[in-house]
Design a binder for this molecule. Structure first.
Ligand code: HEM
Length: 468
């Protein structure tokens, strides 16, 4: 059963006290700034950045004052600051009924570090490298279902694909029937829209309409997840499995006792919520950009038979730079703290801005251009390329996502001749906390490639990206 919705008690929103001095920002009232932030985040934030510089304050009806940071020195200070001061879990409390109370996303301080430590080994680069063959296999099966000669929204297909990859690689489910059931149940459970969060304000909503159906979909997904956990526990050869579920089942809590099913379920749901839509969107943008750049596309194609060609990795990194899936990361100050030269009061929401940092010519010359070559010429300055956030909250699945994106890209291009629909690039649309291609990354497959099978076979054990 999902945790029942309780009315959400958050910190009192931050209003400036007599001793507070916030960085400058637009004078517009909060009720006008809030929709701008939610509906047109990149345009609004870059306009304010242009007017007020690298550190500015926005107003929000819920959070009060929000301080945005776009200087790598300040971002570094936040990422490397004390986890007792810069809290991330508190801001994710609304996800509680979906991911569960044990989720690494919800915790802070010592508790968070302990949980994170238990999971880190499952996401180690060497372990992820061993799953590349599986990622390729799942991608091949997905690409076989794509129509030829008919335009379609690639984002919908990458959503299905990343879910299948998680089911196979994270949950380790091989049986096609169980895998299909899980896919259907998880798809519904992960399709939450912001209106569901009204349950925080009006808990009675959970007994009616779409809210009731949504909670039922989480329950249905939970039943299947608990079945998988029970099945795997019975496996005498648990240690031989390479999937994340098997790794989690071998973890022990502080007292040395095996972890319980509820803990494992919460962490699996967390990985699904954090890793499915983000990677699907990152992939959709990668194709959206690459397919509109013939020279770069030709260069990727030329290197397809060499699994260690660094150009594919450069394309992935450049796509995540130019079209970051998440525009800001968030920390709440646990006490009065000096940030970017300002003494900010307890409860202030501080946003290191991924989007603003990635769009700065100062850090990435010709920042508006799609130029994967920049990643072959050198590395970015520290704390300027931050699509996965940073510090003790840095994305646990970063290596997983980079490896998956590179492998899917290679596999798709080996199998089909694919093109973007229309010369004009797609605009960015804000979808909850992610930024997605406005038309869903429209593509058309012109033909399947005869030499695909041969090209795939020629490829030796593929390489993976080093953790960024
Ligand atoms: C392109 C794909 C992805 C992007 C852009 C992305 C981005 C992010 C960002 C920005 C954060 C917050 C970091 C911070 O606050 O400093 C995060 C956290 C997290 N991500 Fe990802 N992510 C991606 C894929 C994945 C995948 C594939 C998984 C797992 C399978 C995953 C699991 C997590 C988890 C568990 C956290 C919370 C870490 C913590 O609080 O300690 N993510 N991700």
């Amino acid at each position: 059963m999902p945790e029942p919705f309780r009315p959400l008690v958050t910190r009192v929103k931050v209003r400036p006290g007599p001793d507070d001095a916030f960085p400058p920002g637009p004078p517009l009232p909060a009720f006008l700034q809030t929709p701008l932030m939610w509906l047109m985040r990149p345009r609004w934030m870059s306009a304010v950045h242009h007017r007020y510089g690298k550190t500015f304050t926005l107003k929000d009806v819920m959070a009060g004052r929000i301080v945005v940071l776009a200087d790598p020195v300040d971002v570094k200070a936040v990422f490397t600051g004390s986890p007792d001061v810069f809290l991330a879990g508190e801001g994710n409390a609304v996800l509680g009924p979906i991911v569960g109370d044990h989720s690494v996303l919800l915790l802070d301080r010592e508790e968070h570090l302990k949980e994170r430590k238990l999971q880190l080994p499952a996401f180690h680069g060497e372990r992820i490298a061993k799953t590349v063959g599986l990622m390729r296999e799942v991608t091949e099966a997905e690409v076989r279902t794509w129509p030829v000669g008919v335009p379609f929204a690639l984002h919908e297909r990458t959503q299905a694909l990343t879910l299948d990859i998680i089911i196979r690689v994270v949950l380790g489910v091989e049986d096609p029937l169980r895998s299909r059931r899980l896919h259907e149940a998880l798809r519904k459970a992960l399709e939450f829209d912001p209106s569901y969060f009204l349950m925080w304000v009006f808990p009675r909503l959970q007994h009616v309409g779409r809210w009731k159906r949504f909670l039922a979909s989480i329950e249905a997904a939970d039943r299947l997840l608990f079945d998988e956990i029970a099945l795997r526990r019975q496996d005498p050869d648990l240690a031989a499995h390479g999937d994340v579920l098997s790794m989690l089942l071998q973890a022990h809590d502080e007292a040395g006792d095996p972890v319980d099913d509820r803990w494992v379920r919460d962490e699996l749901m967390t990985l699904l919520v954090a890793g499915h839509e983000t990677t699907a969107t990152g992939l959709a943008w990668t194709f959206e950009r690459l397919l509109r750049h013939p020279e770069q596309l030709a260069r990727v194609r030329a290197g397809l038979e060499d699994p260690r060609d660094p150009y594919v990795d450069a394309v992935v990194k450049e796509s995540l730079r130019l079209r970051p899936v998440i525009y800001n990361v968030a920390r709440v100050l646990a006490r009065r703290t000096r940030v970017a030269g300002y003494d900010l009061p307890e409860g202030t929401l501080v946003l290191p801005s991924i989007g603003l940092m990635h769009a700065a010519d100062e850090h990435f010359p010709g920042a508006a251009e799609f130029r994967p070559e920049r990643w072959l010429d050198g590395v970015a300055e520290p704390y300027t390329w931050i699509p996965f956030g940073g510090g003790v909250r840095r994305c646990l699945g970063a290596t997983f996502a980079l490896t998956e994106m590179a492998e899917v890209l290679r596999t798709v291009l080996c199998l089909v001749d694919i093109a973007a629909v229309g010369a004009e690039g797609e605009a960015t649309r804000v979808h909850h906390i992610t930024l997605v291609p406005a038309k869903g990354a429209q593509v058309v497959v012109h033909r399947r490639l005869d030499s695909a099978a041969a090209a795939m076979e020629q490829r030796a054990d593929p390489g993976t990206l080093a953790p960024a």
